[in-house]
Design a protein around this ligand. Structure first.
Ligand SMILES: [Fe+2]
Length: 369
């Protein structure tokens, strides 16, 4: 588990941890970094990787080297089925976000996966700090695995040319461990699921490092070990909302990579970007296809830009369910063959289940073309 935190003044990048509330069985040290963005100077960004850890176990931990510092706790992911993912995109930091996080917090999830657009800092770096404080109660207790969206780019022509400065400094993901050369795309295995995080805002054409990495990563997937193959992007490849139609990150990335996903029998693709919910049937090259992934857009986390509520009419046949409401999704992978997907709206005090479907994995139910 990688633990990241930020302090205003220099403190050691050290974590004490253990299975009992004293949190002192083990300790580990890591790195500290910081970054500049225009006049803003970040705090001390500490990162410590701890372990090995037992699966499905609560650990207690303390940050820094003060024995008096606050004791926190997290739970590791299970090593086998079942496992429950919370899925939320385009989160932001509004009252809608707070409502989404409250519902996510009650879902008893094992891991959160986020298909891009986190803080909506949009160059104002203190909003990365406030976003960190907003998600800390949840993100300090479960692994949060994210990929980037357009709001993470934060590039200013001539003045700040390096993209993803804050995102890469604050949300470091295990890309090196998956053979990737960039924090913008990576993969990992968890409890029988191989999860691939792609970068909609990194090069994706057939000659790009990301494309070659994806090809290699898909080639290494062992469906005996990880019967499920799930992939996240930011800009959706299928979308019947009028928002974000025709963008290169959707159209060109789909043209470049859809065949790779199809032939690898990816089970499920999550995207964000469009601030609404939409679920498609299994689809390849714009047609229903039993051997293709189910595509789900879940960009309804609660950002400040509001909902995208206009749709292309009539609804294309490949779109099964679409609605512009804030909410989150839960993917409960029950075993090697079955997973339950549910979409929960924030409208009521209890997160309402508004769409639900059982999905079967290709590894246990090979498709017939
Ligand atoms: Fe976006």
């Amino acid at each position: 588990m990688r633990i990241s935190w930020i302090t205003g003044s220099p403190t050691p990048a050290k974590v004490s941890y253990g299975p009992s509330p004293s949190a002192n069985a083990e300790s580990a040290t890591g790195n500290t970094s910081s970054y500049h963005f225009l006049l803003y100077e970040s705090g001390q960004i500490h990162e410590v990787v701890i372990g090995p850890l037992n699966p499905n176990t609560v650990y207690y931990y303390r940050l820094g080297d003060q024995p008096s510092s606050q004791t926190r706790q997290f739970k590791t992911t299970p090593s086998q089925f079942p496992i429950k993912f919370a899925v939320v995109g385009d989160l932001g930091q509004t009252d809608w976000t707070r409502s989404t996080l409250e519902h996510v917090g009650k879902s008893n999830y094992d891991m959160l996966i986020l298909p891009g657009d986190l803080s909506y800092a949009d160059l104002d770096q203190v909003l990365w700090d406030s976003f960190g404080r907003l998600v800390e109660p949840l993100a300090s207790q479960r692994p949060w695995m994210v990929t980037q969206g357009n709001h993470e780019v934060e590039k200013i022509p001539l003045i700040h040319r390096t993209p993803f400065t804050a995102y890469n400094a604050r949300w470091r993901m295990p890309f090196e461990e998956s053979g990737s050369d960039s924090n913008l795309y990576y993969s990992f295995d968890v409890a029988g699921i191989h999860v691939i995080m792609l970068g909609s805002y990194a090069d994706f054409d057939a000659s790009s490092p990301q494309y070659r990495w994806l090809q290699g990563d898909l080639g290494k997937v062992n469906r005996g070990k990880t019967p499920w193959l799930v992939l996240l992007i930011h800009a959706p490849w299928y979308n019947s909302n009028t928002a974000h139609q025709g963008e290169p990150e959707s159209v060109h990335m789909k043209a470049a990579m859809e065949g790779l996903l199809y032939h690898a029998r990816v089970d499920l693709v999550f995207a964000g970007h469009v601030h609404a919910y939409e679920r498609f049937t299994r689809v390849y090259e714009d047609r229903a296809n039993n051997c293709a992934p189910v595509y789900i857009n879940i960009g309804d986390g609660g950002n400040r830009e509001g909902l995208a509520s206009k749709y292309i009419d009539p609804k294309p046949e490949i779109s099964i369910f679409r609605e512009a409401s804030f909410g989150h999704g839960v993917l409960e992978v029950v075993n090697a063959s079955h997973a339950l997907w549910t979409w929960h709206k924030n409208d009521n005090d209890e997160a309402v289940v508004s769409d639900s479907i059982w999905i079967t994995s290709f590894s246990s139910n090979p498709c017939k073309q």
